[in-house]
Design a protein around this ligand. Sequence first.
Ligand SMILES: [Zn+2]
Length: 164
Amino acid sequence: MKAITGNTYPVRAQIKALGGKWDSLSKAWLVPDDKEEQAKALVAKAVPQQQPLGDSNGQPTASGPCYTKLKNGAWGVRLPGTATVGQTISVVTKAGKTKSEVVEAVLWAGPDKLSGQPIALCSIKGGDPNVCKVCGHKATNKYGDVIYRSGECRDCFEERKMGY
Ligand SMILES: [Zn+2]
């Protein structure tokens, strides 16, 4: 048997089909010697798993600017291309409303792990995590009065779900 390591997770079913066995001790797939080249080729072609960049929820990158939770819990914006401090960005909320945000700092810029397109992750002015991005309600974080990861307060979230 030969050990296959690397990004095996996306192709684990195919490796198994080659007669592979997961070895939890060495954290590697073991495949019959004559399947080694095939298994390595599968891993080489596998699409890497998306790694969360600077945000805590690791949501896939939308095509336009979108809100994202930063590691410090505040709201930030992820946008295609690059950003400059003080730039005003139009962000479309999950509820379909457009908000203007001002870039406070560019936290990260580089290629998106999935698309390879350049993206920038920014903190924004007034990115208070307890303020609803739709109606501006400031949540007390008591009795369910919280802001969801979508940036909405509970009322806005439920209104959107109900289709009001
Ligand atoms: Zn709201």
